[in-house]
Design a protein around this ligand. Structure first.
Ligand code: KG4
Ligand code: ZN
Length: 358
C-alpha cells in the first residue's frame, strides 16, 4: 500500500493505492474557482493553494482508506514535469513523510503516470500497447513496453490538444477551462456546420499541430473579411464547438490507429484530461470495435490530473527498486520527457527510474 501525491498543476490530490491497481482512497482539492477569474492557471496562486491544503488532504486520504500512517510502505510523488512551485509543494510533503517514517520515496513522471492510469481497476494490463497522452500541456504518442517504459513516437509541434480546446473556448467567449465546456456544448451542435482543417492528418507520422486549426476557427468566427461571421446565438456556438471537437478528435484518432498498425499491437490506450472528451472516447471505442483491438480507457476521473495514477506507476517503480534519493528535486520539464526529446522525433521516454537527466 502506498501513498501517492499529485501537485503538478492546479489539482492537489492524494491517493492510497495497493498493488498498482486497487484504489483504496482518493481525495483532492482544486483551485479552479480562484483561477477561473484569471482565465487560466496562475502559477503563484496554484502553488499557494497546494501549500494550504496538503496537510488536511493526507489526513483525509488516510481516513477514507481507514488506515493509519504506519500501514503505508512507500510514498510516490509527481516530480516532473509541471509548474515548479506546485511540484515543490507535493515533493516537499512526500519527502517529509518518507524521511520521517523511513519509507522509500518514488519519483513519478506525470506524463508516464497518465498512461499508467490504465492499470486502475484492472489487475491485468496487456503490454505492449500504443498510447496517446492528450492533456493541457502534452499531446504525444508512445509505445508502452511496461509501466513507465515508454518510447516516444511523436506528438504536437505547437499547441497541445487541451490547450487548443482552452484557446478555442476563449475565441468562442466560453469560460476556463474550455475543454469540458466545448465538449458539453458540442453535444447539441452540428459537427459539419463549419469547415475546419484536419492539420497533418495524412502526414504519415505522429506530428500534431493545432495552432492553425485554432486560427481557422477564429477566422470562421469573424467571417471572411468580416462578412458572414458565425452566428453568436446558442446554436451557432454549439455548431462551432461540435465542428472544432470533430476536427481535433479525427486527427488524434487517425494517428493512434497509425501507431498501432505500424507497431503491430492490438491494444490502444489514452490518458490525460482530453481523454474525458466524449467524442474522443466514442471514436476510440468505435475504432477498437472495428479493428478488434483492445481499448484501455481509464475512467474520466483518472484521465484528468489525479493522484491514483501516480500511485499506479509509483507502485511498479517501487517494485523495480527505482527509489529516489532524499535530495530529489522537482523539474519543470520531464527528466526525459517529450519536450526534451524534441517534438515529432523519436526518443526514449524512460520513466523506468525517472532520473535519467537529473
Ligand atoms: O491532464 P489534465 O487534467 O492536466 C494536464 O496535465 O494538463 O488536462 C487538462 C486539459 C485542459 O486543457 C482541459 O481543457 C482538457 O484537459 N479537458 C478536455 C476535457 N476535459 C478536460 N478537453 C476536451 N474535452 C473534455 N471533456
Ligand atoms: Zn496531466
Amino acid at each position: 500500500m502506498l501513498l501517492a501525491i499529485e501537485s503538478s498543476c492546479d489539482e492537489a490530490a492524494v491517493a492510497i493505492v495497493a498493488e498498482g491497481w486497487r484504489v483504496l482512497a482518493e481525495v483532492h482539492a482544486s483551485f479552479a474557482d480562484d483561477l477561473a477569474a484569471w482565465g487560466g492557471v496562475v502559477p503563484e496562486i496554484a502553488a499557494r493553494g497546494h501549500i494550504a491544503c496538503f496537510p488536511g488532504l493526507v489526513d483525509r486520504a488516510l481516513q477514507a482508506a481507514r488506515v493509519e500512517l504506519p500501514a503505508i510502505r512507500a510514498v510516490a510523488v509527481t516530480a516532473w514535469p509541471g509548474l515548479i512551485g506546485s511540484l515543490l509543494a507535493g515533493v516537499t510533503v512526500a519527502k517529509a513523510i518518507a524521511l520521517r517514517r523511513d519509507l522509500p520515496l518514488i519519483a513519478v513522471d506525470h506524463i508516464a503516470a497518465h498512461l499508467a492510469a490504465v492499470h486502475l481497476g484492472q489487475p491485468q494490463v496487456p503490454y505492449p500497447f500504443v498510447g496517446l497522452v492528450a492533456s493541457g500541456g502534452h499531446s504525444h504518442y508512445y509505445l508502452a513496453r511496461a509501466p513507465g517504459e515508454l518510447e516516444l513516437l511523436g506528438g504536437t509541434i505547437d499547441d497541445a490538444a487541451g490547450e487548443a480546446f482552452d484557446k478555442a473556448a476563449q475565441i468562442l467567449g466560453l469560460p476556463y477551462p474550455g475543454g469540458p465546456r466545448i465538449d458539453q456544448l458540442a453535444e447539441q451542435g452540428d459537427p459539419r456546420a463549419l469547415s475546419l482543417p484536419r492539420p497533418l492528418i495524412d502526414s504519415g507520422d505522429y506530428r500534431l499541430s493545432f495552432a492553425g486549426l485554432k486560427t481557422a476557427l477564429l477566422y470562421q468566427a469573424r467571417g471572411p473579411l468580416g462578412q458572414g461571421p458565425l452566428r453568436w446565438d446558442a446554436q451557432g456556438i454549439a455548431d462551432a464547438c461540435a465542428s472544432f471537437r470533430a476536427a481535433v478528435v479525427e486527427v488524434l484518432v487517425r494517428k493512434l490507429a497509425l501507431a498501432a498498425e505500424r507497431h503491430r499491437v492490438r491494444t490502444i490506450a489514452v490518458g490525460g484530461g482530453v481523454a474525458c472528451n466524449r467524442a474522443l472516447r466514442s471514436a476510440l471505442q468505435q475504432l477498437a470495435a472495428e479493428r478488434h483491438w483492445r481499448l484501455l480507457l481509464p475512467e474520466p476521473q483518472h484521465c484528468s490530473d489525479n493522484a491514483a495514477m501516480v500511485g499506479a506507476l509509483g507502485w511498479f517503480l517501487w517494485q523495480r527498486g527505482c527509489w529516489a534519493a532524499a535530495d530529489l528535486a522537482p523539474l519543470p520539464t520531464g527528466a526525459a520527457g517529450p519536450r526534451r526529446a524534441g517534438s515529432g522525433r523519436s526518443g526514449t521516454h524512460d520513466a523506468g527510474c525517472g532520473t535519467a537527466a537529473r
